[in-house]
Design a protein around this ligand. Sequence first.
Ligand SMILES: *Cc1c(COP(=O)(O)O)cnc(C)c1O
Length: 391
Amino acid sequence: MDIKKADQHFIHTYNRNITFEKGEGMYLIDDNGKKYLDMGAGIAVSALGYSNEEYKQGLKDQIDKLIHVSNLYFNEPAVKAAGYLCEASGMDRVFFTNSGAEAIEGAIKLARKYARTKNPQNKGHIIAMEHSFHGRTMGALSVTGTKHYREPFEPLIGGVSFAKYNNLDSVKDLVTPDTCAIILETLQGEGGIHPASEDFIKGIRALCDEKDILLILDEIQCGMGRTGKMFAFQHYGICPDILTSAKALGCGVPVGAFAAKEEVARALVPGDHGTTYGGNPLATAAVCKVFEIYKKEHILEHVCELTPYLQDKLTKLAAKHECITDVRGIGFMQGIELNIAAGTVVNAALEKGLVLISAGTNIIRIVPPLIAEKEHIDSMCSILDEILTEL
Ligand SMILES: *Cc1c(COP(=O)(O)O)cnc(C)c1O
C-alpha cells in the first residue's frame, strides 16, 4: 500500500509504515507477502496468536446467533464471561467495557462512589504512580504518570497525586483522610516493564486495609496469563478491591472490564454507570472462548514452563552486548533496557521480519502471544543478536 495515501485521512497520532494483512499463529504477513515473527502481540492483546480455529469458530457461531443487544437485557455470553472472570480473579462482580481506558474510568467512578457511600464528605482523592500508564481518556489520563501525555490536555480530573513506584514511604506521605483509592499496575508496562516488589505491594495492601482505602490494580496489560498466573497479583498473595482488565481479555475483539469485591461493587446502583456496547454478546463470546482455550491448551502452564528459558536467553544476550543495561520482567512480559534508542532496534527488527515494540524511549518490550515456543524465542534472540552486533 502507498503509505502516503494510506495516511491521508487519519489524524496523525501514529508514525507507521507497514500494512498487515493477515496472521497465522506467531506470524503476521504484510501486504507484500513478507512474514514477520510477532513478539508484540498487538500490544499484549493477541495472547492466542493469530487465526486460532476454535476462537474464530466461537465468534462465527455468535455472529450467526446475535451480535448485539443493549445492557437493558441479559445476554448469555456476558453472563458466562462474567462468571469466568470472577472465578479466575477472585472478584465478585464485573462490568464489561470496550477498552482498557474505559475500565479505568469505571474503576475511578466506583472508588469515588464507594468512598462517598461511607462518608459523603470524602473528596475522592486518588494516589497514582509515577511512570504509570492507564489510558488516554480524561480520567485514565489523570492517573497516568507521564507528564507529557497529560499536560497538553489539562485541566484533568482533580485530586490525583503521584507517588514513586516501589517506594512505600512516598505513598504513605500522600495519604490523607480524603484518599479514596490507590491505583497501580502490578507490573508497569508502558512505563518500562517494572514489576512491583513484594514488600511494596504487600505494604500497599496493608496501608489500604489500615486506612480504609481501596486498592485498584490495573492488570490491563500484565493480566490474563501474561506473567504465568491469570493475574499478576496472584504472585504476591494479595488481592485488590478493584481490578481492571482488557487487552488479552478478548484476544483481539475490543473488550475490557472492571471487577470488584461484593461490598465495593454494591456502591454502584442502577443509573450510576452504563455503556451501549460494553459486554455485548460478540465481545463476551470472545472472552468466553479465551478462558476456555486457556484452560484446554494449558496456556498458564506453558508460560510458566517457558519463562526460565526466555529469561536465560535474554540474560545471555545481555552478557554479550554492552548496550543492554538491564533485563527484567515476569513471565512473558520482559523488558530489555538499552543505552541506545529502542526505536532503532525496533526498526531494524522489522527489516529482518521481527515485530518488537518499545516501552518508553530505551526499553524493548517483549510481550509475545502466550503460545510462543522455544523456536520463536530462539529466532527472536538470534535476530536481536545480529542487530545489536551490527549497531
Ligand atoms: C493499554 C493499557 C491501558 C489502556 O487500554 P486501552 O484499551 O488502550 O484504552 C490501561 N492500562 C494499562 C496498564 C495498559 O497497558
